[in-house]
Design a protein around this ligand. Structure first.
Ligand SMILES: Nc1ccn([C@@H]2O[C@H](COP(=O)(O)OP(=O)(O)OP(=O)(O)O)[C@@H](O)[C@H]2O)c(=O)n1
Ligand SMILES: Nc1nc2c(ncn2[C@@H]2O[C@H](COP(=O)(O)OP(=O)(O)O)[C@@H](O)[C@H]2O)c(=O)[nH]1
Ligand SMILES: [Mg+2]
Length: 194
């Protein structure tokens, strides 16, 4: 089974909470036919199923903490295999959250050819998430949890970018700009690599 995704094209999409990862991923899907897998969305689907595991996940997410590595990785891998026959490549959104998660992904699945770094200022991210929180219904789009998610991002996830910079696969886009302009940067990057 895992053989099916052995040579898959993989892009890691990394950036702070509310930086615009999901928004850019939607655009990439429309233009390039990649499969978008948001680790956060996969976890929220499990919560919505009402399972016992979902209840444990919800408690972790509500606190803005990280779900154990193996849980998220198994979900991503299953979702990748399910799409293997139709996918031109995969956008892995919101993962890795820490360097160890990236290392495990590479051991169990494969190597990314690009890490797309969606960069926005902390204040911008907070404002966007508060706005999104008015309608998202997400248990973590509230001021207290947003602060915790941001702190964890700077502490644990930013080192992921440094780690992959050493490998030369990081490309940064300025997500302070309007969505179309960010996507134009994204397109140039993808076009230059594939
Ligand atoms: N690889 C991941 C992805 C998500 N989470 C959990 O799910 C929550 C929400 O993740 P995500 O949807 O990726 O949220 P954000 O990074 O805040 O970004 P977004 O706004 O795209 O949803 C995180 O705070 C965390 O508790 C996790 O533990 N591990
Ligand atoms: N102004 C502006 N707003 C954006 C941009 N990208 C996303 N947003 C808004 O910011 C919020 C968070 O975006 P989302 O894609 O969910 O970010 P994610 O948390 O990184 O997945 C959403 O409400 C978007 O409408 C952008 O490039 N510019
Ligand atoms: Mg998202």
């Amino acid at each position: 089974m895992a053989d099916k995704i052995k040579d898959a094209k993989i892009i890691f999409v990394v950036g702070g909470p509310g930086s615009g990862k999901g928004t850019q991923c939607e655009r990439i899907v429309a233009k390039y036919g990649y499969t978008h897998l948001s680790s956060g969305d996969l976890l929220r689907e499990e919560v919505a199923s009402g399972s016992d595991r979902g209840k444990q996940l919800q408690a972790i997410m509500q606190k803005g903490e990280l779900v154990p590595l193996d849980t998220v990785l198994d979900m991503i891998k299953d979702a990748m295999i399910a799409k293997a026959d139709v996918s031109k490549g995969y956008l892995i959104d919101g993962y890795p959250r820490e360097v160890k998660q990236g290392e495990e992904f590479e051991k169990k699945i494969g190597k990314p050819f690009l890490l797309l770094y969606v960069d926005a200022k902390a204040e911008t991210m907070v404002q966007r998430l508060l706005k999104r929180g008015e309608t998202s219904g997400r248990v973590d789009d509230n001021e207290e949890t947003i602060r915790k998610r941001l702190d964890l991002y700077y502490k644990s996830t930013e080192p992921v970018i440094t780690f992959y910079e050493a490998r030369g696969i990081v490309r940064k886009v300025d997500s302070e700009l309007p969505v179309d302009e960010v996507f134009s940067q994204v397109s140039k990057i993808i076009d230059s690599l594939q």
